[in-house]
Design a protein around this ligand. Structure first.
Ligand code: FES
Length: 299
C-alpha cells in the first residue's frame, strides 16, 4: 500500500506556520543514518535538489524525520505536501557523521542551536548523551511564539526526562519573552567566563548550528578562549557529491586558503578555520534566481 511505499510522507506536523516536521518512509536511510548526517531531497521530477538535515530516524520503523522551513520554492513545495504524498527521491545518508568521543566526566559538550538549528542539533546531542557525555544545550528562538519541540511530550523535554542531570538546557530569545534575553552567545559567554575563573563544567567542545551570522558570532566568541568549536554548515548545495562546488567553504589552514566542500568534507567543519568574511556572502549567491522562482510560483 501507499503508506509503506518508499519516500511517502506518513506523518505531518506543523511546528510553526512555516516550519513543518515530516515523517517519511525511508527504510534504507533510517538503517544507515548516523548523527550529523543529512539527506538530499528531490521533491518533484523537474525540481531542484535540496539538502535537509536528518532530525531523527527510527531504524526499526524504517522512517526518517525531516524538519523543513519554507524559505524558497522547493522547501515551500515540500511543506505544502500532505500525508500520503510521495517525494520523488531521497538520497542519503550523506556527509560525514559527527565525531563522537567520550569526554572527561566533569566536562560538558556545548551545543548552540538557533531556530531551525535545533532539529540538526538534536540527534548529535542525543548521541553524546548516549555515550555518557554531559551536554549543555543552548537553544535560541527569536521569541516565545516561535518555539517548537519545547514543552511536555516534545523532543527536548523528552530528552531531559530521559537523561536528567546529564543534560542542561538553556533557552534564549532575542526579545526576552522566553528564557534568557539575547542571543545564544549570552549564556555561552557566561560559561566561558566561568571556566576562565575555574568555575563550572569545563567546556570540551562547542558545536554551533543555525543561521550563518549566529554561527559566526559563536565562532568569534569562542576563539579567544581557545574553545574548540565546530560549525555544522547549512550551505547552499546542488549535487551534494563534491562535484558542483556550490557548497564551497573557504578554510584557512596554516595561513593557506583551502577549499572544503560542506557536502562531503562536512557538514561539520572547524569553525575557527573558516574564513567567514569570504564564506558569508556565498549564502546570497542564488538570491536573484530564488526571487525569480518565487515570482514564477506566485509566492
Ligand atoms: Fe556540490 Fe557540495 S553540493 S560540491
Amino acid at each position: 500500500d501507499l503508506a509503506s511505499a518508499p519516500n511517502t510522507i506518513i506523518e505531518r506536523r506543523e511546528l510553526q506556520p512555516n516550519i513543518i516536521e515530516l515523517t517519511v518512509n525511508a527504510p534504507v536511510i533510517a538503517k544507515n543514518a548516523q548523527a550529523g548526517q543529512f539527506v538530499r531531497v528531490l521533491a518533484e521530477p523537474q525540481g531542484e535538489l535540496v539538502p535537509l538535515t536528518l532530525a531523527d530516524w527510527d531504524a526499526e520503523a524504517g522512517t526518517i524525520v525531516l524538519v523543513v522551513q519554507g524559505m524558497g520554492t522547493t522547501s515551500k513545495m515540500i511543506n505544502a505536501m500532505k500525508v500520503g504524498d510521495r517525494l520523488e527521491g531521497i538520497a542519503g545518508p550523506l556527509g560525514q557523521p559527527s565525531e563522537l568521543h567520550k569526554i572527561a566526566d566533569d566536562q560538558t559538550v556545548v551545543f548552540t542551536a538557533g531556530g531551525v538549528g535545533l532539529p540538526p542539533v538534536y540527534p548529535i546531542a542525543r548521541a553524546n548523551l548516549q555515550l555518557g557525555n554531559h551536554v549543555t544545550l543552548i537553544a535560541g528562538f527569536r521569541s516565545a511564539d516561535l518555539l517548537f519541540w519545547v514543552g511536555e511530550g516534545e523532543r527536548v523535554d523528552e530528552l531531559q526526562a530521559e537523561f536528567g542531570d546529564q543534560l542542561e538546557v538553556i533557552y534564549t530569545s532575542n526579545d526576552g519573552s522566553f528564557g534568557i534575553e539575547g542571543f545564544v552567545t549570552v549564556p555561552l559567554k557566561d560559561l566561558l567566563d566561568a571556566n576562565q575563573r575555574g568555575e563550572g563544567r569545563p567546556i570540551a567542545e562547542v558545536t554551533t548550528i543555525g543561521p550563518p551570522m549566529m554561527m559566526r558570532s559563536v565562532s568569534d566568541l569562542t576563539k579567544p578562549y581557545g574553545a574548540k568549536t565546530v560549525a555544522s554548515l547549512n550551505s547552499i548545495m546542488v549535487d551534494a557529491t563534491g562535484m558542483c562546488g556550490a557548497c564551497m567553504v573557504p578554510v584557512l589552514i596554516d595561513g593557506k586558503l583551502i577549499r572544503k566542500h560542506a557536502c562531503i568534507d562536512g557538514p561539520e567543519l572547524d569553525s575557527h578555520a573558516i574564513d567567514w568574511d569570504k564564506f558569508l556572502p556565498r549564502f546570497n549567491l542564488f538570491k536573484s534566481q530564488e526571487q525569480q522562482s518565487k515570482i514564477k510560483h506566485g509566492w
